[in-house]
Design a protein. Structure first.
Length: 83
């Protein structure tokens, strides 16, 4: 199976100096780059959103189709109030 080739695009972010310093420390601790940390977080956020949307669509479909509870209406008022 051939590896999937994905095109990467550079982006520019503006962040506070202190935030960048902390991000560099975190990246170094994990043995990666700040760019890789940001890309990983964005990928996770997109996956979560897609999963949420799939679950939402399934739930709406279930609500629309309804659930068979096996209930049948009583034939008469007396039957409804019978104990």
């Amino acid at each position: 199976m051939a590896p999937t080739l994905t095109m990467k695009t550079n982006i520019t972010l503006k962040v506070d100096d202190e935030l960048l310093k902390e991000a560099r420390v975190m990246a170094a601790e994990q043995g990666t780059s700040v760019s890789a940390l940001v890309a990983e977080k964005l990928e996770a956020m997109v996956r979560e959103r897609k999963a949420f949307e799939r679950a939402r669509r399934r739930a709406i479909a279930r609500l629309r189709s309804g659930i068979a509870l096996g209930w049948t209406p009583p034939r008469s008022r007396d039957e409804l109030h019978a104990r």
